[in-house]
Write a protein that binds this ligand. Structure first.
Ligand code: NAP
Length: 256
C-alpha cells in the first residue's frame, strides 16, 4: 500500500480538475489523474504536479460502467488505496437547446457523465473505502456540482438537472457513509475560467463587470482546488453533506 494518501480526480486533465489535482498533490496526496480522451492534457497535469511518484494518468469514460470498474481496479493495483474521490468530470448540455426543443441524445449523455457515472463511481469507491477502513487518512468524497444545481438556464435543462441531482446524491451518501467516518461534500463552483466557459468568455466578462458576482472577477481552477483541499484534509472535521459555494458570492440574493 502506498504510504501517502491517494486521491482520484475525475476529469483531472484540464480546467477545474487540473487545479484540484495540483492542489491535492501540493497537500501531499498521490493523485490519479483521470481523463476521457485528451491524454496529452492529462500528461500535462502530471508534469505540472512534477513528482513522478505522485501522479498517474488513467483513461476512463466515467459514463461507462466497464471503464469505471477498470479505473478503480487500476488505482488499487497501482497504489492499493483511495482516500479521496473527487467527482469533477462533467460536460455541458449538447447544443444548448431550449427545453421545448432539447433532445434525448444530450439528456442521455449529460446525465450519464454528470450524474449516473459519479453515483456509481461513488458507490464502488465507498465500498473500497469501507473495506480499507482505518488504513485510510481522512476519507472523503467531494462532488463538483455547479450554480446550475439551483440557478435556472432553460437552454441547459439536462445540465441543471444533473447538477441538482448531484446535490441530492451528496446528501444521500453523506448520511449513508457517516458511520464509516467518510465525509461527503458538494463543492459548487460559480463562473470559472476553463475550456467549458471559453465560448461565453466575453458575455461572462461583461456580466461579472456589471456585478453578477459580488466579488467581481472570474473564478479560477485554483480557487476550487483550495476549497477541495480544505475539505479533503479534514480541516472542517465535524461537517458532512454540506455545500461549499466557490462563486465569488453569486449565490447571495439581495432584496431589490
Ligand atoms: P472542462 O474544462 O471542459 O474539462 C472537463 C474535464 O472533464 C476534462 O478533464 C475532460 O477530460 C473530463 N471529462 C469530460 N467527459 C468525461 C468523461 N465522460 N469521463 C471522464 N472525464 C471526462 O470543464 P471544467 O470547466 O473544468 O468543469 C469541471 C467540472 O466543474 C464539471 O463537472 C463542470 O460541470 C463543473 N463546473 C464548471 C464551471 C465553470 O464555470 N467552468 C462552473 C460550475 C461547475 P478530457 O480532457 O479527456 O476531455
Amino acid at each position: 500500500m502506498h504510504s501517502e494518501p491517494v486521491a482520484l480526480v475525475t476529469g483531472g486533465s484540464r480546467g477545474i480538475g487540473r487545479g484540484i489535482c495540483i492542489a491535492l498533490a501540493q497537500a501531499g496526496y498521490a493523485v490519479a489523474v483521470n481523463y476521457a480522451g485528451n491524454a496529452e492534457a492529462a500528461a500535462k497535469t502530471c508534469a505540472l504536479i512534477g513528482n513522478e511518484s505522485r501522479s498517474f494518468a488513467c483513461q476512463a469514460d466515467v459514463g461507462k460502467r466497464a471503464d469505471r470498474e477498470r479505473l478503480v481496479d487500476q488505482i488499487l493495483e497501482h497504489w492499493g488505496r483511495i482516500d479521496v474521490l473527487v467527482n469533477n468530470a462533467g460536460i455541458t448540455s449538447i447544443g444548448r437547446r431550449d427545453i421545448l426543443e432539447a433532445g434525448e441524445d444530450s439528456w442521455d449523455k449529460v446525465l450519464a457523465v454528470n450524474l449516473k457515472g459519479p453515483f456509481f463511481l461513488t458507490q464502488r469507491v465507498a465500498r473500497e473505502m469501507i473495506r480499507l477502513g482505518a488504513k485510510l487518512i481522512n476519507p472523503a468524497i467531494i462532488n463538483i456540482s455547479s450554480l446550475s444545481a439551483y440557478a435556472i438556464s432553460i437552454n441547459r435543462g439536462d445540465y441543471c438537472i444533473s447538477k441538482a441531482g448531484m446535490s441530492m446524491m451528496t446528501k444521500l451518501f453523506a448520511l449513508r457513509l457517516a458511520e464509516h467516518n467518510i465525509r461527503v461534500y458538494e463543492v459548487c463552483p460559480g463562473i470559472i475560467e476553463t475550456d467549458m466557459t471559453a465560448a461565453a468568455y466575453e458575455r461572462y466578462t461583461n456580466l461579472i463587470a456589471d456585478g453578477l458576482t459580488p466579488i467581481r472577477r472570474w473564478g479560477t481552477p485554483d480557487d476550487v482546488g483550495a476549497a477541495v483541499v480544505t475539505l479533503a484534509t479534514g480541516r472542517i472535521p465535524f461537517c458532512t453533506g454540506d455545500r461549499i459555494n466557490v462563486d465569488g458570492g453569486f449565490h447571495l440574493r439581495k432584496f431589490p
